[in-house]
Design a protein around this ligand. Structure first.
Ligand code: CTP
Ligand code: ZN
Length: 184
């Protein structure tokens, strides 16, 4: 008897989900509005917008800011068309201001990024990040036998080239490109 009941339940559930899908069906004859063609990311009232991020660094910026732990509004968009960068990402974080340390880290993965500070829906400040000459204790050395991966030694890199980024480990002299960069 118990088995019969379960079976019945399953059938009913299926019917319900079919109905749901039907209800969502799009009518192709309905007029298309402009707003449907252009999806915009909502403006934020207070917080920070990081703009002009190279698309392949968008999620690295989200990682640097540890946004999975942030409880304010977070919007992340990537592979957007941009006249200046070609393809860019934007990260909008409500209710957060960045520390200098976070801005410095962003500059490593997104040297052309702009950090916009938003107050009461207005851009109060626009900061162009600056590529550093040295990177101290931010990036992990990709050489497994490097002293920094085996002893309690902070990493230190020299920026050899800014675009595309090339850095050299102070300790083992390994050269690393942007694809090798892993933020600590
Ligand atoms: N922005 C936002 N919320 C606001 C104000 C601005 O999310 N209340 C975002 C905009 O969508 C944009 C960025 O912050 O991505 C910078 O805004 P603004 O300076 O107005 O845009 P642009 O002039 O296009 O910036 P830039 O010259 O740096 O390209
Ligand atoms: Zn090293």
């Amino acid at each position: 008897m118990g088995r019969k009941k379960i079976k019945k339940k399953g059938v009913r559930k299926n019917r319900r989900s079919r109905e749901k899908i039907k209800a969502k069906k799009i009518d192709p004859s309905s007029p298309k509005s402009e707003s449907k063609k252009e999806l915009t990311i909502s403006a934020i009232d207070d917080g920070t917008v990081i703009d002009h991020i190279p698309s392949d660094a968008t999620f690295k910026v989200a990682d640097i800011l540890r946004l999975e732990k942030h409880d304010g509004v977070v919007s992340i968009a990537t592979n957007l068309h941009s006249k200046s960068v070609g393809s860019k990402g934007i990260v909008k974080v409500g209710g957060k201001s960045l520390t200098q340390d976070e801005v410095n880290k962003i500059a490593i993965v997104a040297p052309d990024a702009t950090v916009n500070i938003i107050t009461n829906y207005n851009v109060k400040e626009k900061i162009k990040v600056k590529s550093p000459d040295f990177i101290d204790n931010v990036v992990k050395c990709s050489n497994p036998v490097c002293i920094t991966n085996n002893e309690q030694v902070n990493t230190k890199f020299y920026v050899v080239k800014k675009d595309p980024l090339k850095i050299r480990c102070h300790y083992c002299e390994r050269n690393m490109g942007k694809e090798d960069i892993q933020i600590i």
